[in-house]
Design a protein around this ligand. Structure first.
Ligand code: AMP
Length: 426
């Protein structure tokens, strides 16, 4: 199938060919036609599938085929959970609208609002936003979404994980009832289906890859290792394998900082990216990782979500996630766009049950290996990590204490007051 046959305008086809895309990805093939028809769409797709163009291209087509008044009310709103994803989606909107008379802007928290407000004042057709900053500016009467015709909720599952449900509901009330809605999510829990029911009107359902399955192009491997030997092992693997671009996941922000320092001491250029880092530091780390000056990017799940790093060859789980679906998200960062990728997990005894749950979810056994000198500790307990360090989702939901562990905060839906939401805002 070609982009031409999807019925996109010449101006969009020109922008697509400038990007170097030759044919639509599966999610684009499936999502673009119903969006062009004006239907609501519920799409199962994660980053790396080309989902951004899947909603941006038809959205731009619809807006430009049907121009509106000169003063440019916001006609399309794209809501994303994180700043990084907002910035990336905005870049795509800009690229694809290069030959159209469409203005776009991005707003997110953590940076001065003034330049964002100035841009909004000049008139914007397409706004990409994170929920917090959108509502902040709306409360100050600095923007209006009363004229939105198309609403896109990107990475809806992560939105819920991050406690944005109330914010999404508030945003919905500020838009006209009659509008087109597009919702993208990598996973479909009961909560997501409930949210979809509240937002979407007889949606067309499209799927990029079977839910919760891992991509064939990714080779997965587990190294069984003693907990205190993980750092030594990862440094050995990166150095001896001469890996140039490695995304490493840790479970906590502190863990990310610690590992980054140790990498740097070992002579490997590394940077950490997580919620405690300023926007400037995160942007710099990501830019360095993309241009090759930073060899290892150490990230927490939230920070890594939605990062667009094409053709990532290596992903390492320094610690396994305790939420099995996060494993699928993490390793989805490699083997993208048809390239082969390698996903390595360093697993200590206390992560045994996490590994079992992951294997159950993906429906396959992952090859296990042991590196000489980095053997697992035969005396270590296989009990999952103690509460307070890392928690199972069930525990975190039920707890009321004020532990600030990132993973726990993310999942603590019962403790979802507005201050917590702000803390978690990316
Ligand atoms: P996304 O899933 O939207 O984050 O896109 C993942 C990557 O695929 C981005 O780097 C896009 O620029 C790229 N991409 C999107 N659509 C296509 C396409 N049809 N052909 C090749 N690359 C694409």
């Amino acid at each position: 199938m070609s982009f031409q046959s999807l019925g996109l305008s010449d101006a969009l086809l020109k922008a697509i060919s400038k990007k170097g895309y030759t044919s639509p990805s599966p999610i684009q093939e499936k999502a673009i036609p119903p969006v062009l028809e004006g239907r609501d769409v519920l799409a199962s797709a994660q980053t790396g599938t080309g989902k951004t163009a899947g909603f941006t291209l038809p959205l731009l087509h619809c807006l430009s085929e049907n121009p509106k008044a000169k003063f440019r009310p916001i006609r399309a709103l794209i809501l994303t959970p994180t700043r990084e994803l907002a910035a990336q989606v905005y870049e795509s909107v800009k690229d694809y609208s290069e030959f159209l008379n469409i203005k776009s802007a991005v707003i997110f928290g953590g940076v001065n609002q003034k330049p964002q407000v100035a841009t909004l004042r000049r008139g914007v057709d397409v706004l990409v936003a994170t929920p917090g900053r959108l509502l902040d500016l709306q409360n100050q009467n600095l923007l209006s979404i009363k004229r939105v015709e198309i609403f896109v909720l990107d990475e809806a599952d992560r939105m819920l994980d991050m406690g944005f449900l109330r914010d999404i509901e508030r945003v919905m009330k500020l838009m006209p009832d009659k509008r087109q809605n597009l919702m993208f999510s990598a996973t479909f829990s009961k909560d997501i289906r409930k949210l979809a029911n509240g937002i979407l009107n007889h949606p067309v359902k499209v799927e990029a890859t079977p839910e919760n399955s891992t991509v064939d192009a990714i080779s997965q491997k587990v190294y069984r290792v003693a907990k205190n030997k993980k750092t030594g092992l990862i440094i050995k693997l990166i150095s001896e394998g001469n890996w140039k671009q490695v995304l490493v996941f840790t479970r906590t922000k502190h863990g990310a900082n610690r590992l980054t320092k140790k990498m740097i001491s070992a002579g490997i250029s590394a940077a950490a990216i997580h919620g405690n880092k300023s926007q400037g530091a995160r942007t710099k780390a990501l830019a360095g990782f993309k241009n090759g000056s930073v060899r290892v990017l150490v990230a927490t799940d939230i920070a890594a979500r939605g990062l667009d790093i094409p053709l990532l060859p290596h992903v390492v789980n320094f610690e396994l996630p305790n939420i099995s679906e996060d494993y699928v998200h993490r390793i989805g960062r490699t083997g993208r766009a048809g390239a082969n990728g390698q996903a390595i997990s360093l697993v200590s005894a206390d992560e045994t049950s996490y590994l079992k749950n992951i294997e159950k979810l993906i429906g396959e056994r992952i090859e296990v290996d042991i590196v000489e000198g980095f053997e697992p500790d035969p005396n270590a307990s296989t009990e999952p990590i103690k509460p307070g360090q890392n928690r199972q989702r069930r525990n975190s939901r039920n707890s009321n204490s004020k532990n600030s562990g990132q993973h726990r905060n993310r999942r603590n839906k019962s403790n979802n007051n507005s201050r917590n939401r702000k803390d978690r805002r990316n």
